[in-house]
Design a protein around this ligand. Structure first.
Ligand code: MLT
Length: 221
């Protein structure tokens, strides 16, 4: 396997060739298995690609370094974002999925590197579902995110994400041309069933999933 495939990861092929692949990005202290059930619920016939973050913070896996809670090491974030984007491209070649149909599904730290990927490597993702994201950084140059759909789910009582971040992230993504839905969950930082319901409804409304007829045909139903 190539150097670019050096992330520990799980890949589950999709049931519909040419269908979307969900890039599942766990939160701090998680691993490549954390979001598999969620991903399967969001996209029953989607491919699933779940890497484990390579940075260790007191033994907890993350996708990039931070200086303190909510204070990111931006140099490391840039390098790790490129590394992850290159991994996605290499994995598309290795596993023969369509690199133009990759949708990130990230929680917390995973949502933050997905947001970074949208701004720094905009060609990598066709869409993103971001649970409890922050603004990873303010892009210095214009980014073109037209035709990209982004769903953000933020907690009204989240003690980790400063309250102004979700709205600012929505604004930055919209300014770049993305179609953004900001959903407010009544709870805190933890993921809840309500997040999944709202994200699924959004995902079914987008053109990122294959039409149901195709899905059922491919599944042999
Ligand atoms: C981060 O470091 O990405 C955020 O503080 C969220 C977290 O992982 O706790």
């Amino acid at each position: 396997m190539s150097e670019q495939m050096s992330f520990v990861h799980v890949f589950e092929p999709g049931g519909a060739p040419g269908g979307p692949t969900l890039l599942l990005l766990h939160g701090t202290g998680g691993n490549e298995h954390d979001l598999l059930v969620l991903g399967r619920a969001l996209g029953p016939s989607a491919g699933l690609l779940a890497p484990r973050g390579k940075v260790l913070e007191n033994g907890a896996a993350r996708f990039f370094r931070r200086v303190a809670e909510g204070v990111f090491d931006l140099e490391d974030l840039a390098v790790r974002t490129d590394e992850l984007a290159n991994f996605v491209h290499a994995a598309a070649f290795e596993y023969r999925f369509d690199p133009r149909r990759v949708v990130a599904v990230g929680y917390s730290n995973g949502a933050n590197i997905a947001g970074s990927m949208l701004f720094r490597r905009p060609g990598t993702l066709a869409g993103a579902i971001l649970f409890r994201p922050m603004v990873p950084f303010e892009p210095a140059t214009a980014v073109d995110l037209r035709r990209i759909g982004v769903f953000i789910s933020s907690g009204r009582l989240d003690p980790i994400v400063p309250p102004e971040h979700p709205e600012r992230l929505r604004q930055l993504l919209s300014n770049a041309g993305a179609e953004v839905t900001l959903h407010w969950h009544p709870g805190g930082h933890q993921l809840a069933d309500e997040d999944l319901v709202a994200a699924s409804e959004w995902f079914e409304r987008t053109s990122l999933l294959p039409p149901p007829g195709e899905k059922f045909r491919r599944a042999g139903l």
